[in-house]
Design a protein around this ligand. Sequence first.
Ligand code: PRP
Ligand code: URA
Length: 207
Amino acid sequence: MYKESTNAVVKHLINRLRDVRTASNEFRLTIEEISRMIVAEALADFPTITTNINTWQGPLDVEMLEVQKIVLVPILRAGEPMLTGILQTLPYARSGFLAMKRDEQTSLSKLFYENIPDNLEDKTVLLLDPMVATGGSLIDGIDYLKDIGAKKIISLNILGSPYGIQKVQEAHPDVDIYIAQIDERLDENNYIRPGLGDAGDRAFNTK
Ligand code: PRP
Ligand code: URA
């Protein structure tokens, strides 16, 4: 299943990302903001646990998300602002890391570093990558997480191509995808059009 956001505020923020006048600081903050909106959609029906808290009128049983069942995994580097944004909503969620780089000639991704919490079997892993172009990085990231025991993975993304989303769904039909927007197409260099350029470079002012 994939769900593209229909929220007009999300669309507005995406178009801020597309604008080349949006410099790296605002670009990262905007990714953070969109990520918080997407995670709210993805976790709308997530299990809650009854927790006793002290309120201004004394103890109260309330329903809280079972945050200890959530592991956030950004695909670095462009996934980093997504993690920062979601940690503002879920500050006690555990985080793991996958550092991957797409070879710009072959468009194949390579894993350079990983550090993921143990015991993924009973967790929900939220895999964070803003861009789904060919889908290769996301497919490889999901393969990796499944190999080390993840049973439930949800993908949170900002922009995708129809081709990339289809490829991820074919490879991993059990992974639900929550994405802010699916653009028109992939271009001949495997960039998303109209897209926003290279998300990592835009976020970190690399070029
Ligand atoms: C970008 C992006 C995705 C990947 C998408 O990362 O953040 O991870 O490309 O392309 P794909 O769907 O064709 O695999 P990149 O590898 O450029 O690394 P970066 O995050 O360091 O910029
Ligand atoms: N990676 C990006 O950052 N942008 C694209 O359009 C494709 C891959």
